[in-house]
Ligand binder design. Sequence first.
Ligand code: UD1
Ligand code: CA
Length: 490
Amino acid sequence: MSVSRPAAVIVLAAGEGTRMKSRLPKVLHEICGRSMLGHVLAAADELDPQRTVVVVGHARERVVQHLKDTAPAVSTAVQEEQNGTGHAVRMAVEELAAQGVTLSGTVVLAYGDTPMLRGRTLSDLVEAHESDGNAVTVLSAEVPDPAGYGRVVRDASGAFTCIVEHADATPEQRAVGEINSGMYAFDGAHLASVVGRLSTDNAKGEEYITDAVAILRGDGHRVGASVAREWTEIQGVNDRVQLAEARRMLNDRLLTGHMRAGVTVVDPASTWVDAEVEIGPDTVVEPQTQLLGRTSVAEGAVVGPGCRLQATRVGADAVVRHVVADDAEIGPGTSVGPYAYLRPGTVVEPAAKIGTFVEVKNSTVGEGAKVPHLTYVGDADIGAGVNIGASSVFVNYNGVSKNRTTIGDHARTGSDNTFVAPVHVGEGAYTGAGTVVREDVPPGALAVSAGKQRNIEGWVRRKRPGSAAAEAAEQAAGEGAEAAERRDEQ
Ligand code: UD1
Ligand code: CA
């Protein structure tokens, strides 16, 4: 059965989350590259609702800013004081009324601290709700440890009658393993009528949205509880232990999806991926690897061990080992690392090589070019087929401004070169070892800047007498004389 487009999704995010012991509002804590609230909104988005309202309260400037940055289409309703989930929903309903929205059709309610939630679970809930013609349908779950949750109470015939909060429950009710997930599908008109009738007659003295069940049932309407297929999905996060558990579970779910799609994950236990990461088939992700943000890895690539890639695009068949990269483009067939650091704006063109202990920033390394060892490349454009000698530095900063260096195609620069930007090395040019390149090098020229080498004979014997160096030098001198004698005799 197809489900309707919900009239609205309401997400509660006004609570402080005291148990997190954090300056950051609870719902903004991140797992797998998204805030907890962001995960709930992503699941809700799959329902394609006509509007989404987030109820904000505690530290609301931060939550509102976060929503502006990540989910600009949602609107917010303010709950000045956190007087309970029912009060929070009332604020959302009043905000919608103020916008001129008369609720009819299905309204979905979820809490902002359930990051494992999946869109499919919400659409299953809406489907059950609409096919049963309920005034409200609660998503329930059988959990191993129901402590802390509201319990789903059924009468002798098994009919769902009400939700009782843990603090208000009798011992018999506490023994019930079926709990309220905190996700609901409401008939919009019934929701609008019920939020004004919630009492504060309970252990916390708050308006509970859970009381809507008993009230609507008392009005003679149908109410239902639909059991979630996977209880792990509805787990709420209240402290940092649960945050870590949720992160682990979500990561496992994401990795399972990638493995089923043809990715070899050598060690799932030490591999972390964010929700938005894309990985092509026949790729290998080696241990101790983190793929973060909008990172993508194309078919046949090998990433890891020991990589941390943030918003980085890895091309097909690239091999990337022990690399930290942020906002970099690693082309197909390239080899990067071990121990390379690619900073924002790095483009490694196809078949290029970035070797060991190399840092690259805001630079392009051309097709087939090599920067193999111990080098800093900052603000440079390196042409195709270039070889950069070991231990070179692109001096991009003069203390005031940053400047660029360009190296023409197929140039070969010597070891231990310094490129003092702005400077250009022409196509096919060479530079000698130890060159300080301060002036442009014409195409095909050889640039050398070091002076002619001068040897001061006997300096060690005179200035460092008795040292191990002096002894070694004397011995070598003696052996040299003997060898010369032997040659003379022959
Ligand atoms: C709630 C449910 C409980 C359910 C559990 C599922 C109620 C009364 N209880 O309990 O039945 O089993 O979730 O996880 O609904 N919030 C506001 N304003 C408020 C209070 C809360 O916006 O005044 C928000 C919080 O930010 C949070 C969500 O509502 O995202 C849930 O609040 P929380 O205090 O965590 O409720 P639980 O005690 O977990
Ligand atoms: Ca909770």
